[in-house]
Design a protein. Structure first.
Length: 137
């Protein structure tokens, strides 16, 4: 897990995340991580834009920014298992197995992920939403 991201999420606080979650009115539901400024070809350690938020048409109280995301096709992946391994392996498998064997490539736009942890924090259910388009020829 990325220590800077872990600290960032902790700094938001559960109360704020709960208020945001109540404002979510789109898919994926719940609080999501938003990763922008990245691609499958980025080397390890490349800086990314990272946000926490909700998908909503409404203004979200306490949110410092909003990010407009246009319509398009999304590839959606799900996983469950031991945390954080299930989430890390999901991302790995999308880029090392799914993309090479399907006629799609990632398109500009942020990737979204939602992780729901078990009460004891040892298990996770995760979703990853990646903007895609059909690869040419």
């Amino acid at each position: 897990m990325n220590p800077a991201i872990v600290e960032f999420v902790k700094s938001i606080g559960r109360e704020t995340l709960g208020r945001w979650e109540a404002c979510g009115d789109g898919e994926p539901g719940g609080v999501v991580a938003v990763v922008g400024n990245h691609s499958a070809d980025d080397p390890e350690g490349t800086e990314i834009d990272y946000f926490q938020g909700v998908v909503s048409e409404a203004e979200v109280p306490g949110a410092s920014q909003s990010l407009g995301v246009g319509p398009g096709t999304w590839a959606v992946f799900e996983s469950s298992g031991e945390f954080p391994r299930a989430v890390q392996y999901l991302w790995r498998d999308v880029y090392t197995q799914w993309f090479p064997s399907n006629p799609y490539r990632s398109r500009p736009g942020p990737s979204l992920s939602r992780t729901r942890l078990s009460e004891d924090g040892t298990q996770a259910e995760a979703e990853v939403w990646i903007p895609v388009e059909r690869a040419e020829g």
